[in-house]
Ligand binder design. Sequence first.
Ligand code: MSP
Length: 665
Amino acid sequence: MGNQDTIYVTTPIYYVNGLPHIGHAYTTIAADGYARWHRLMGRSVFFLTGTDEHGQKVLQTAEGRGLTAQEHVDDLVVHWKHMWERLDIHYDRFIRTTEDDHTSRVSAVLQKIWDDGLVEKRDYEGWYHVGDEIFVTDKDVEAGKFDPSELQRLTESNYWFKMSAYQQRLLDHIDANPDYIQPESRRNEVLGFLRQPLGDLCISRPKSRMSWGIELPFDSDYVCYVWFDALLNYLTGIGYHPDADQAGDWKRWWPATYQLLGKDILTTHAVYWSTMLMALGVELPDALMVHGWWTSTEGHKISKSKGNAIDVSLLVDEFGADATRYFFLREKSLGGDGSFSYEGFLTRYNADLANDIGNLAHRGLSMTRNWLGGTVPALGPVSDLEDGLREQAGVSVLRLARAFDEMDFHTGLAALSELISAGNKYIDSTEPWALNKKGDTERLGTVLRMVLEVCHVAACCLLPVMPGKAAELLDKLGRTPGQGADTLIGLPERAGQGELSLDDLVVGSDVDPGDPLFPRIKELPASIAALFAADAEAEPVSKKKQKKSKKGKGRPQPAAQIAFDDFTKLDLRVGEVLSAEVHPQADRLLVLKVDLGESSPRQIVAGLASRFAPDELVGRKVVVVANLAPRPLRGIESQGMILAAGDEQVVDLVSVSADPGEVVR
Ligand code: MSP
């Protein structure tokens, strides 16, 4: 286990065969949020990201551009770094696998495992997948797992890392460290994979076929396989060298706290990387955190080659880096998949940022300026309403801190949303405008002070997620980002001890509403709408016909009418969610236990994971179609359906406050 006060977090290093898209941005934003959170919590943090610059794919792209591989990567890397700058990504090192500092260390590692007898030269005859740059078994080819146009029959001599020797040790490690591969569904996937005999790993490519890589120190006719080179960045990036005399202080950071990766590269990390570390006698990282996939609205994989890559620059141009970061961290749980749409982005922006936090801040600050001279008022006597708000602040901060500690921004930000909604409701119930009219300045001061304090807690908590906007909000409240950080560091502990009394601001200091933090955006900006127009042009006519009218923008056509009798066939009931967990076979689905007032709870499988973290649902009252015939969903029986708003993507649940079992008509 790594030292809890030292955090080392990594992203995969990205291929520089194209420009960054939202998938890459997602991983990097999550790692950055996590690194910032821990820095703010006073821990020593090292955050490593970078680019994977060797291998066939990069070489092919370079050739396609009429450039040498080196010219090509030097040109593209600038765009990657620029993108991270635009997204306010604060990494400690950006590693490039073509840097001497990396290549010389990889070379030393290769020499070491060769000297240790862990590598063997063998003749190979079999299938090679050109796109993925891997050797594939006859069995997988026969099973049709690969596109035949990507397969090449090869006869070649190569160097093989004796990976198979580590199969049992790896199984034992996964067994003894249940958190090694997260979430659990991914751990199970790896265990399933390891049920088959593990083969050895080919770690060389003959230069005669592909020369863009690190030369093998023991055979100059070969270069190193790109994955073997790339995975080592996680060690070389912090100064590892197999020869202790030449190593930096990498042990200060290693083992990594979280290595973040998309589900597409699970095997390379869980199996190749783990066994490579074993071969080097280096401890395994504390955890591999595997995140889900972003798809386009139609559920397709987003990739440059499919031409549906979402332009992150456009999101930053139109909505700003902070809103973009917020969206990705709030919108879906890390492990689950999510489908991206610009309209979904706009909905989230308006709901959470413009309406909730933006509105709370603007209301509180404007009323303070208009009625109390624009300075922080003193707290007078407090009532149950203020106590309730303090309690909510404590609960939200604790849940947020626990979730952020584990990189679960989705749950953490949902907890913060509850506090912000409570703040807005508090304004509605205390009616400061009426207090002002009555001239009850003392009560008015207390109410607005509470509102400003909630904004302050929110600004502090948002520092790792929206560093720019959080600093702006702090400034409006008369505080600097440094003061916000000083407050943040103590918040979780104070919340845990029930001491979050919401009185951190300094009475009499100036506040200023200025411009709204997140102005409401009524419709998609022209630059984005233009993309849709281009898409619509390219769409087949039949699909175009299904497009919605202007009024029902973004919504499906109304369904055909039904008779009243048909409607009465539905048995709709109020239910209360007792428990929720991610479906072991599908990250998109949650398995819920719901109390319908019957003798035992119902088990319901629902596609809610991209919108809700399991914890968020526990205790919620929902509306259930109770007489839907039970059916298995990915192997688990679902005994009903939960009503939710949203078409392809769930926006919210239909909720009621009646008792479980109550009929809904
Ligand atoms: N170069 C390898 C990684 C080597 S790490 C030692 C690679 N690069 S990549 O450019 O293809 O980036 C892969 C990573 O980008 C994924 O694991 C994931 O983190 C992120 N994403 C790329 N597309 C994605 C989505 N559509 N959705 C979410 N993340 C995805 O593989």
